[in-house]
Design a protein around this ligand. Sequence first.
Ligand code: GUN
Length: 289
Amino acid sequence: MMETQILSGKELAEEVLNRVKAKIDEMISEGYRQPGLAVLLVGEDPASKIYVSKKQDACDRVGIRSVSCRFPEDTDFETLKDAIEELNQREDVDGILVQLPLPEHLRDRTNELLYAIDPSKDVDGFHPYNVGLLSIGDERGISPCTPKGVMYMLDHYGIEVEGRNVVMVGASNIVGKPMALMLVNRMATVSICHIKTRCVRDFTKEADIVITATGVPHLVKREMVREGAVVIDVGISRVNGKVVGDVDFDGMMGHAAAVTPVPGGVGPMTVAMLMENTLECYVRRVLHG
Ligand code: GUN
């Protein structure tokens, strides 16, 4: 039976955070100011509140000043846009992120709001300028944190992507699409499956690497994956109060070559990459204007 490797993101994220902290400490000891990250949270979505608090804890941990911008559920679009424009001008703010999803009444203006963020402070990499740089393979852009974290894990664990067949299940702007672009930039052969894909299994069965980001619990089962494939679970949902991913984790044991757990897999890497992106924006700002 195949020995299945569990790809933890926890220790790896710790390593990244330690490195980010060391760099910030060094900058500060050289007389530079502290980096700053503004996190906008609109409304009371419980999952979003947890993500935001994890991001703020990571900021504390590495020495980034987190500027918390909380808005009530019924905040209007203009108020948020004004807040972003003010943050764009602030010298002490290097990164700006809007926690998604926005409340229902703002949902269809999400992109419009993201466009208001100064691309040089766009630590989530969601602005079309950064998306454009990613799509042409220009590494000067800022890459979205979750796909960047997945790539970091694949590299760390020595999983080759060049020339491999990778199936991305989920086509969101936050994960699926940027993930596919990063993989193509690294010369993987990529298929993107989504909610209208007729038979996801026909694709996943052929994949060397399956990456899933749908939020559908246990969508990816043992029989959908080739023996010896690598399975990366970006999904997160709650079933009977328990946090679970998109992958039937137990079903992968003895079948997949490697699988990421939920929690403790990709999640911590996302936050670590956000700290890295914030550091990157800060360094560019203080050293290169
Ligand atoms: N919601 C789910 N993932 C993300 C993310 O990476 N960034 C932001 N801003 N919101 C999210």
